[in-house]
Ligand binder design. Structure first.
Ligand code: SAJ
Length: 433
């Protein structure tokens, strides 16, 4: 018997289980991956999150946290399992439903069940609630059921779980109050109570809004390239307006949230979600445009000159997470067009991802490459200079984050394409080029 059972020990479930355990509750962390459970019990975490190792070892040492592959009877169940989309962009709720079924076997009167996984609107009451009704009890009446989305920034999860404001949507106001008590044990941000449908929408709106805003920046980038302007400078100046906050363009949108969550809204109501679909198309098209632009500069596949070096496989700067990275979008398109590829990232664990090998040997990656595409503004990439690119056989460098010293590279004979900056060669010259 535990106080709290956290189902799913991933980026959110694991730190949440630890934070609760460190408040003195007896917490059982559950994960269907037996290897992960064993590793955790031995003090090893699989996530490169700041502060997580210390948190995990403190929680296990205190005896308040245990890990297992199956849930046990508890007073509280928190479901933090993945909700991916299929290649056809249809949401896969099988992990949520499996978790709900395992809770339905254990739940008793006055328990609290919380869904944290990002889910389509209505999942808490219609999918989880319905499965839990199989217990013979009614959610909202016999036990509490809530939706409580996490809104942490990967890379800073532990700090943000504690300090971010939290929205809790209950099937009834009483359900929400019950969950607020629990989250109030470790959350120092505001805890705002609502209903489950509103809380589900809130989470999806947050990430869809970011996707649309990034698509807007990417659209501006395309317009600037066509007009021979500099999108970076134009955005910087536009953002001097007190009510304008344009985001940054880039090679696309990666990560396990922003490129995924809009589909939950689009799939449910395609007739109302045209803007979200368009934003997805713009952001997914960015790597293809980068390649088109490099090829317009003479880059061609095949033979000795056909190697393209892709620098930056993490989905954003200074993290080690390659999920849904735009780098793979570029690599897939380039491979389909016949290029040889070498992928580098100083932070991502070397290995095979999405069909491509990723390594940490920058020299080896660049050696003999006709062109290099810099996808992420990692700190270490910002410091790259002409000498670092000398091993290339060609001179073309594409900078999707405007993070390199273009002046120094051009002075050393490299041809630098900057995403969102018009090409000097075509006469679409940005001022200062
Ligand atoms: N990106 C741009 N331009 C920008 C900002 C981001 O191209 O101006 C790209 C990044 O390079 C990256 C992608 O977008 O590829 C997503 O990065 P991000 O930092 O916007 O977001 P995530 O996925 O790391 O975390 C998001 C956050 N959501 C919001 O900011 C609305 C986080 O708060 C959520 O908790 C998280 O998704 C989640 O789990 O849903």
């Amino acid at each position: 018997m535990a106080d709290v059972c956290v189902i799913g020990l991933g980026y959110v479930g694991l730190p949440t289980a630890c934070l609760l355990a460190n408040t003195g509750l007896d917490v059982l962390g559950v994960d269907s991956d037996a290897t992960r459970v064993e590793a955790l019990a031995a003090g090893e975490t699989h996530l490169g999150e700041a502060g997580l190792d210390v948190l995990v070892s403190a929680a296990f040492k205190s005896g308040n946290l245990r890990a297992a592959v199956n849930p046990e009877p508890s007073d509280v169940y928190i479901i933090c399992v993945p909700t991916p989309v299929t290649p056809e962009k249809s949401v896969d709720l099988s992990s949520v439903e499996d978790a709900a079924r395992s809770v339905a076997e254990l739940v008793k009167p006055r328990d609290l069940v919380v869904l944290e996984s990002t889910s389509p609107v209505g999942t808490t009451r219609n999918r989880v609630g319905r499965i839990l009704s199989g217990s013979g009890m009614e959610p909202g009446r016999d036990f509490a059921l809530c939706y409580c989305p996490e809104r942490v920034l990967p890379g800073n999860t532990v700090a943000e779980l504690v300090s971010n404001d939290r929205v809790i949507g209950g099937l009834t106001p009483k359900c929400a109050e019950r969950a607020a008590e629990l989250y109030g044990r470790f959350c120092t941000g505001r805890i705002v109570l609502s209903d489950d449908i509103t809380a589900e929408m809130c989470k999806l709106f947050e990430n869809a809004s970011r996707d649309v805003n990034i698509a807007l920046a990417n659209t501006f980038s395309r317009l600037a390239e066509a007009a021979g302007g500099d999108v970076w400078r134009a955005i910087e100046l536009a953002n001097l307006h007190p009510r304008v906050k344009i985001l940054s363009p880039g090679p696309g949108v990666g990560g396990h949230c922003i490129p995924v969550d809009p589909w939950f809204l689009i799939e449910a109501h395609p007739e109302a979600a045209g803007l979200l679909r368009e934003a997805r198309a713009v952001n997914e098209g960015q790597p293809v445009l980068m390649l088109d632009r490099m090829m317009a500069e003479g880059l061609a596949p095949g033979g000795a000159g056909g190697k393209l070096a892709v620098l930056g496989v993490a989905y954003k700067a200074n993290i080690d997470d390659p999920r849904e990275s735009p780098a793979f979008g570029l690599a897939r398109e380039a491979a389909a067009r016949g290029f040889d590829l070498a992928l580098h990232d100083p932070l991502v664990r070397p290995g095979h991802y999405d069909g491509f090998d990723v390594g940490r040997d920058l020299g080896g990656c660049l050696a003999g490459a006709a062109a290099a595409a810099v996808m992420v503004d990692h700190e270490s990439y910002r410091a790259l200079g002409p000498d670092d690119f000398r091993a290339m056989s060609g001179t073309l460098i594409s900078d999707a984050r405007n993070c390199l010293d273009h002046g120094a590279l051009r002075a050393a004979g490299f041809a630098v394409l900057v995403l969102g900056v018009g090409l000097p060669e075509t006469g679409n010259r940005a001022p200062g080029q």
